[in-house]
Structure formats: C-alpha cells, structure tokens
Ligand binder design. Structure first.
Ligand code: ZN
Length: 128
C-alpha cells in the first residue's frame, strides 16, 4: 500500500489531499477491514484555497472551518454570554497517518485476520 499527499497546509503544515493506493486486491481488503475496526477519514485534510490579502494560500478544511469559528466578534459574544467554546475540527498530522498506516501492517499479522477479511468480502459482494 502506498500513501501519497499533495502539498502541505499553509497554516498547520499537515498533509493535504491524502490518497491511499493499495497495490493488490488483498491490500484493498485489508484496508477495508481495518478501516471498519479503526475508522480513519481524511475529510479534514481536503485542500481549500483562501485569500490572504491579494494572495491565495492552500489550507486544509479544518483550518478553514476554525478560522470561520474564530472571528473576534463571535469569540467575544460567546465569552460574554457564557457559551462554551466551540469544538475545533482537526486534520490528521503526518504522524497520525504514519501511525495508522503501520497499524495496518500489524493488523495483517494477526491470527484472526482472515475472519475480518471474509466479513469485508461478504459486505462487498453480499454473500449470504
Ligand atoms: Zn491546516
């Protein structure tokens, strides 16, 4: 399996547009069955373009959402009426991706990995 990303966020330096390329069908099934156990989505690592003055920068979706939430008047308003702080979205760091990626390798060495693969095969082809 290969992991590839296209650039880094201008704010938080996290990888953008993460893609996974399984080399064969078995790796694809491994990824699918592991993703069922420990789901990892890279939806906050999608790239967005944002204007800073007259220049644009490529940033991740998490930073884009956070900058919208952190407008000074909104922060001040929420502080004054005692509203709790909003939950800020976070994007996956390079270390997160690396850790998750190597966990798949550990998962492939488990004794009961075939049961999980059969389960995901049943889900794909709808065997009954
Ligand atoms: Zn970012």
């Amino acid at each position: 399996m290969r992991v590839k990303w296209f650039g880094y966020c201008a704010c938080c330096r996290n990888p953008l547009d993460v893609h996974l390329y399984p080399q064969n069908f078995y790796e694809d099934l491994l990824y699918d069955s592991y993703n069922n156990i420990r789901p990892k989505n890279f939806e906050n690592n999608v790239s967005m373009y944002k204007f800073y003055g007259l220049k644009t920068r490529k940033i991740c979706l998490a930073c884009y959402k956070t900058q919208k939430l952190l407008k000074p008047y909104k922060v001040r308003r929420d502080f004054e009426i005692g509203r709790p702080l909003p939950k800020y979205p976070v994007s996956a760091t390079q270390e997160d991706i690396k850790e998750w990626f190597f966990k798949i390798e550990e998962f492939s060495k488990r004794a009961d990995v075939d049961d999980y693969i059969k389960e995901s095969l049943n889900r794909i082809f709808d065997y009954t």
